[in-house]
Write a protein that binds this ligand. Structure first.
Ligand code: GDP
Length: 287
């Protein structure tokens, strides 16, 4: 768990470092958590990345709701970005990511070739908030063929490049940006998915958020697991539902421990693959 405390000075530094790296690359891989694609984006990402070609990559797709992941990808594509879902942990989707990077650069290389310039390796960097899987992706991307291609001048800190096959060079350190703090719901989603430290929020707040989410989007899970009736789910306060769950767990009124268990169970996928950010638009995928 990364334990960065984000103060304004650190944000300015992170932003500066990201900008320095941006100058060196052709494409930015903006990595987000597929369970919370919007909540795990940096609030200033557009300003920081500007016109640099970018692919929004939804990582940890293995933990997210498949259909919602597709809807999020479609949403970003409708906004004019290239986007895809991957599971870096198990090296899934990496070939597709390479293909999309090549497609993104094809027009540029064609123009260059027309001028007689041979295509060169495509330079990539990975950018995102802590714990979205940046290091995992770098490691899986590079695999055993890791080869450092040497330092390139022009930045204060020397950057090292890792080779991915013959077609790509990847900056060996990702750009780390801060998460969104302002919206309390975003904070809860970041904490539930492990993107920020548990100590920053109360467990019972997280548990209440989770119960509310399930009640709204996946009521059957609560019915199956805790035998609530539809009526209870419609009428009871969330606090009462938590108290009832606490009693069912045999914890009397110790809702703190019950909350911890609920959050732990969510993280262990005991409630299935949940995407906590609900897609903005319902995109019809069959059209
Ligand atoms: P970084 O801070 O962005 O570099 O994140 P890390 O690469 O350190 O990953 C944070 C945590 O997420 C680690 O425990 C990884 O094992 C895990 N992780 C990364 N990618 C995936 C993925 O695609 N699926 C799952 N299930 N876990 C992942």
């Amino acid at each position: 768990m990364t334990t960065i405390q984000w103060f304004p000075g650190h944000m300015a530094k992170a932003r500066r470092e990201a900008s320095e790296k941006l100058n060196l690359v052709d494409i930015v891989i903006e990595l987000v958590d597929a369970r919370i694609p919007e909540s795990s984006r940096n609030p200033m990402i557009d300003e920081i990345v500007q016109q640099k070609p970018r692919i929004i990559v939804l990582n940890k797709a293995d933990l997210a709701d498949k259909q919602k992941t597709q809807q999020w990808v479609a949403y970003y594509e409708a906004q004019g970005y290239q986007s895809l879902a991957i599971d870096a942990q198990h090296s899934k989707g990496l070939k597709q990511l390479e293909k999309e990077c090549q497609a993104l650069m094809a027009p540029y290389f064609e123009k260059q070739q027309a001028k007689g310039v041979k295509p060169r390796a495509i330079r990539l960097m990975i950018l995102g908030i802590p714990n979205v899987g940046k290091s995992t992706l770098i490691n899986r991307f590079v695999g055993k063929n890791q080869a450092i291609t040497g330092n390139k001048p022009g930045v204060t800190k020397a950057q090292r490049w890792l080779k991915i096959g013959r077609n790509f060079e990847l900056l060996d350190t990702p750009g780390i940006l801060w998460p969104k703090f302002e919206d309390p719901d975003v904070g809860k989603k970041l904490a539930l998915t492990g993107a920020i430290k548990d100590q920053l929020l109360h467990m019972d707040d997280l548990a209440l958020y989770l119960i509310d989410y399930l009640r709204q989007y996946q009521p059957n899970t609560l019915v199956d697991k805790f035998k609530f009736t539809t009526e209870q789910l419609e009428q009871e306060t969330t606090v009462n539902l938590l108290l009832s769950i606490t009693q069912q767990m045999g914890l009397k009124d110790d809702f703190e421990t019950a909350s911890q268990r609920l959050v732990h169970d969510f993280r262990q996928q005991k409630f299935g693959n949940l995407t906590l950010d609900v897609p903005y638009v319902s995109v019809n995928l069959h059209e």
